[in-house]
Ligand binder design. Sequence first.
Ligand SMILES: *Cc1c(COP(=O)(O)O)cnc(C)c1O
Length: 462
Amino acid sequence: MTQLNVPLEPNEEQRAQLHDAVMAFAERFVAARASAPASSSTADDTRLRRLLTPPGERARPLDRVLEDFADALDTGFDTTSPGFLSYIPSGGIYTSALAGFLGAVTNRYTGGSHASPGCVAMEESVIRWMTSLFGLPETAGGVLLSGGSIANLTAVVTARSRFGEDFRRGVIYASTAAHHSLSKSARIAGIAADRVRRVPTTSQLTIDVDALRAAIAADRAAGLRPMMIVSNAGTTDTGSIDPIAECATVAKSQGAWHHVDAAYGGFFQLTVRGRERLESISLADSITIDAHKSLFLPFGIGGLLVRDRSTLAEAHEGRGSYMQDVAAGELPHYFSMGPELTRPNRGLAVWLPLQIHGIAPFREALDHMLDLAEWAAEQISAMPEFELVCECELSVVAFRAVAGDAESRRIFEAVNATRELHLSSTTVDGHFVLRLAFLSQRTDMCVARRAVELLGRISASA
Ligand SMILES: *Cc1c(COP(=O)(O)O)cnc(C)c1O
């Protein structure tokens, strides 16, 4: 056991020791991923009780500390396994992990551009790349946030802010398939539950635009006003894409804010197929993106892009006297564009991988995810035991057993019990639905084939 007596500011030798141990740990971890099971087999009880022990006054040997972390990693499911197909996966690419390390070591303040104009310029370069990817105009801007939930909250606050105190009469419309963070955001933003409409969906699980129009008319008749219309650019459950152009037209004619939740689907815009399917996303007033989903980055990096960057500042500007010497500059102050003041250097975590790899490998990886989902959807729809719940538009295949919910659930549990794959389920139209979500740089055709094979074998064993 190496007992390091490391001060808060380690010297070169101590840094080297720390670095060697941590890098060896990371190396073992990454090298084992290709064959890593998708979930843990161990019972967690005693382990969790031990991990819940509060830190002590005295240092512990580094090996022991890292062993604890390894123990913690061997619980639950493994989001970095190639067989992890649950929820919206995110493998977390290595170069972004390195950026996380460099960002923390250099610990530059990127809340305002006065403190580190260079790092803010790098982050702005990433924002500009994103706004141009989505075809937003020159006036566009945005802010990187911790994820899609906070991005949706920031969008809701921005839409509400345009209504001033009249927001009490303003209504938010989103389909029943929209992410729950939208209702949650409305609640956090002080918008009453009876000002949020969940609009029914079509058989393809996209917003029913006639129902949307009808809901707006009914609200107008009751003296209310449409404040925000949400389009899904890839729902979490099934990857369904709302008719964005039609929603944009309704929003425009009603004077409502048009928000597109592209937390999952956004970066498929890099591919030809994605660009076709996300057509008209450039009409949005705001777009939620999650780089920790469709850009394969580690957790903690999402963002909100807006058509007119001044709208964010109008909704989020706020100063304390301790900020009196912070002048406005050419580059933005992100603290004026969202709820956060101090934040990690998220720009670097996006910038470094894009610089090191170039954009092409991201496009290829996303194309590959579309291929895997397309292939799996074809195979599953050809099996008499299963039916797809809707067309597969992005990289989620949602399906159920023809024999009914009990059978769907049995198959779901049996697949996860193999630990080779990990699936999550959902409910669509009151039915238990299984999903295969392809969105990890480690997931390949072998995994897709194995998924289809397992489904066939398990359903035959009924
Ligand atoms: C994942 C997701 C969110 C929430 O994003 P987090 O990064 O998990 O907070 C919002 N909307 C959609 C469509 C999502 O898939």
